[in-house]
Design a protein around this ligand. Structure first.
Ligand SMILES: Nc1nc2c(c(=O)[nH]1)N[C@H]1C(S)=C(S)[C@@H](COP(=O)(O)O)O[C@H]1N2
Ligand SMILES: [Mo]
Length: 166
């Protein structure tokens, strides 16, 4: 065991674990946009903060707030997903699965995020009432206007996945 205790009494294996975990924990949270689309993307919070911003005031059941973030349509466009008139044929049978860090998932139709189909605005919010999302919502929460219940407002969103319904 010579050398194992050379780091001021700390075994080198423990030191290695500390270095590894601090590297992993220091990584900024990211959002993945993936699946059946032309340009899969991984975005950081700072990239999202520099994109065009959308604000919506929503109320569902007992939850209310002024949310700010990037519209789902903007994100989908950056991932190469057709919009408006071009959203036809097989695109109409596409779904969007939004997943949280805890494995919670909610399904949407791709057209639910298109202003040519609906006036209900959906954003990937990173702010509520002017301040960064905190607690179990951070860093990103899917907010869709016009919902009666907030059950699809997925907290801690980690991925947005487009798939063709079978
Ligand atoms: N990641 C994640 N998002 C979630 C949930 C969850 O369990 N995990 N619960 C949903 C439900 S059922 C509701 S009502 C709203 C608000 O939940 P809260 O009151 O716990 O914030 O978040 C939604 N988003
Ligand atoms: Mo809920």
């Amino acid at each position: 065991m010579d050398g194992v205790w050379d780091n001021g009494g700390m075994p080198s294996i423990v030191l290695a674990c500390l270095v590894w975990s601090s590297t992993v924990l220091a990584q900024a949270p990211t959002l993945k946009i993936l699946g059946d689309l032309p340009k899969p993307l991984t975005l950081t919070a700072s990239e999202l903060s520099s994109m065009p911003r959308t604000k919506i005031t929503v109320s569902a059941h007992n939850q209310t707030g002024d949310y700010e973030g990037v519209s789902l349509r903007e994100l989908l466009t950056r991932a190469g997903v057709p919009a408006g008139e071009a959203l036809r044929g097989a695109e109409l049978a596409k779904t969007v699965i939004v997943s949280g860090a805890d494995g919670y998932r909610a399904a949407f139709a791709l057209v639910e995020f298109d202003p040519a189909f609906t006036d209900r605005v959906a954003i990937l919010a990173d702010r509520k009432d002017g301040t960064l999302l905190g607690g179990n919502a951070a860093p990103f929460q899917l907010i869709l206007a016009g919902e009666k219940r907030p059950a699809r407002w997925v907290r801690q969103v980690v991925s947005i996945e487009v798939q063709s319904a079978r």
